[in-house]
Design a protein around this ligand. Structure first.
Ligand SMILES: *[C@@H]1O[C@H](CO)[C@@H](O)[C@H](O)[C@H]1NC(C)=O
Ligand SMILES: *[C@@H]1O[C@H](CO)[C@@H](O)[C@H](O)[C@H]1NC(C)=O
Length: 213
């Protein structure tokens, strides 16, 4: 039983329909029967389409929210030591490495004043650190090394030291969970030194893989 009543209209191939469609009329009035069944089918189809449309609208809304969230949490920075020919170190103390050349710095989370990346949003981040040094000539002491810190805890310390060749480099890539407000930065250990020019051999990069808050 549906909610429409259908009566055959003799002047019109379509029927007149009001409220309740009691299909038992089929038993007594064969003329209204086909029309009644058609109305029932139409009603079912309309209900089905309405339901499908509502589901699609809900899914679309959910997908749009997820997308907006991803857009709002985008985070990436990538910096190099310098654009000019320049060496940093060696020093008697541990000093922060302040990378000067910015490739990308979304929302300014990396500071070229302090060299620190302040985590904008809790999540799993990927960080990479590549160090390079040039002794000037073969035989000179070479110490291409630097250390990656997360809240002053040592995460990785790529290092390449010897006196045989003139150039050395080393790389570390890590993924770690960091909380909003955490600091990630690079320090130059005692005795290490880094050299760079506009070939950007010394880079420090990080980006958010996914947010967890
Ligand atoms: C389908 O949706 C339309 C528009 O919201 C509404 O007017 C109609 O009554 C709905 N039909 C059914 C069968 O639910
Ligand atoms: C940058 O440094 C590398 C290695 O020390 C050197 O081969 C290259 O010529 C330098 N580039 C410039 C523009 O000075």
């Amino acid at each position: 039983m549906c909610i429409l009543i259908c009566l055959p209209a003799h002047f019109n191939p379509m029927c007149l329909c009001v409220y309740i469609c009691v299909c038992e009329v089929c038993l007594t009035d064969h003329a209204s029967c086909g029309c009644c069944l058609m109305q029932q089918q139409l009603y079912r189809m309309e209900s089905f389409f309405n339901m499908s449309l509502n589901e699609l609208q809900r899914d679309l809304e959910r997908a749009e929210n997820v997308l907006n969230d991803i857009r709002a949490t985008r985070s990436a920075f990538s910096v190099a030591l310098t654009n000019d020919r320049w060496c940093l170190g060696p020093f008697r103390d541990v000093v922060p490495v302040v990378y000067q050349h910015v490739f990308i710095n979304l929302a300014g989370s990396y500071s070229i004043q302090t060299g620190k990346f302040i985590v904008p949003r809790s999540g799993v981040y990927s960080f990479s650190l590549t160090v390079y040094s040039d002794a000037g000539s073969a035989g000179n002491t070479l110490a291409a090394c630097a250390s990656l810190y997360h809240n002053n805890i040592l995460i990785a310390g790529p290092s390449d030291r010897n006196a045989q060749d003139q150039e050395d480099s080393s790389t570390s890539v890590v993924a770690l969970h960091a909380n909003a407000g955490d600091e990630v930065h690079v320090k130059l250990p005692i005795g290490c030194y880094l050299c760079d020019n506009n070939s950007h051999f010394n880079t420090f990069s990080g980006f958010l893989l996914y947010a967890t808050d």
